[in-house]
Design a binder for this molecule. Sequence first.
Ligand code: UT7
Length: 366
Amino acid sequence: MRPGNERYGRTAGGPRSPDRAAVVAGLGAAVPQTVVTNDDLAGVLDTDDAWIRRRTGIRQRRAIATGQATSDLAVEAARNALASAGTADAGAVVLATSTPDQLCPATAPNVASRIGLGPVPAFDVQAVCTGFVYALASGAGLISLGVVDSVLVIGADTFSTILDPEDRATRVVFGDGAGAVLLRAGSRTEPGALLDFSLGSDGSSVDLIGMGAGGSRQWSTGLPAKAEDTYFSMRGQAVFKQAVSRMAESAQDIAARTGWAVEEVDSFVFHQANSRILAAVARQLGVPVERFRTNIADLGNTVAASIPLALADATAEGELTPGQKVVLTGFGGGLTWGSTAVVWPGLEPLRTELSTEAGDFLPKYR
Ligand code: UT7
């Protein structure tokens, strides 16, 4: 080993045990202080609390303040994951987000630097609401190959910054937040080991979820973006149907790859898009909906943050307990989808609130 390699979680290189696996060792979460209730939205949009609760299961969501950014939440969640694991060190940072601080460069190096990790590898993963599962797969790959001994995997998004203030269909759904896990090198037989991944995409449905402006396709026209293209948009019903079938198939596939029957799975921690989607997936899988962990009522759809935030809340509330067989499944724009399987370890998650004092309410008109 080169001198100093053990700092920053780097490894010495050389052959690895076939049993080597990435193990979940810490769990952190962060949400902005500002709560936006359904009644707040009903005050500015043609909607009402009853419609939002009935069609989505959401009661409230969080929003960052003017001038804040995704990295502010990511840093807070990452610090919490490190503290939860009882360490200040990580060998790499993988950040899942589709609302980076800026289009270029990636946000992860800035997060790594602000946490004080030193010159570690750090990069963003963009798979919208599947981002956290893709980022876990990337982090697990770095550990399995022996590139590093630990990886901070973060999911963070601030969709309040890209929503159309007049679009009631998206504005009631999305909220801001961040969640993170620390993965460390361990063995496949330990609780917390990520046992396998099932990942997929379908780029022919690129138009169902997204934002038209802000990329090479628009800039190469040499024309300013149309105002409507600078906001996020979603074809809700078409996405709903895809979300149900893709997540059900993905969960079935990861269970089969792991050697579990779907009925044996104790907890399903899925992307929190809509409580009706979770109910429909449970029906399709033939398992009780009570096994689906959810915090959508309080946080809405937090995109790449939704799975780690749901993990943190379900663990804190005693719904996820050590030894449970757990399937994590995401679905989102791209389209993309993916799952992993884990026997839940003993963990104490930490969740804090990002101060939004002196902030005001987003989204705003461009
Ligand atoms: O996170 C990534 C993946 N995303 C998802 O999986 C989201 C999937 N989609 C959904 O969750 C739902 O499609 C939404 C919550 C976005 C919309 O719910 P929906 O039940 O599919 O409503 P809809 O789009 O079919 O609209 C039904 C009606 C429409 O009115 P008309 O045309 O029937 O008169 C909408 O204009 O509901 C209206 N509507 C609303 N009414 C009150 C849409 N949004 C609202 C609203 N309040 N906020």
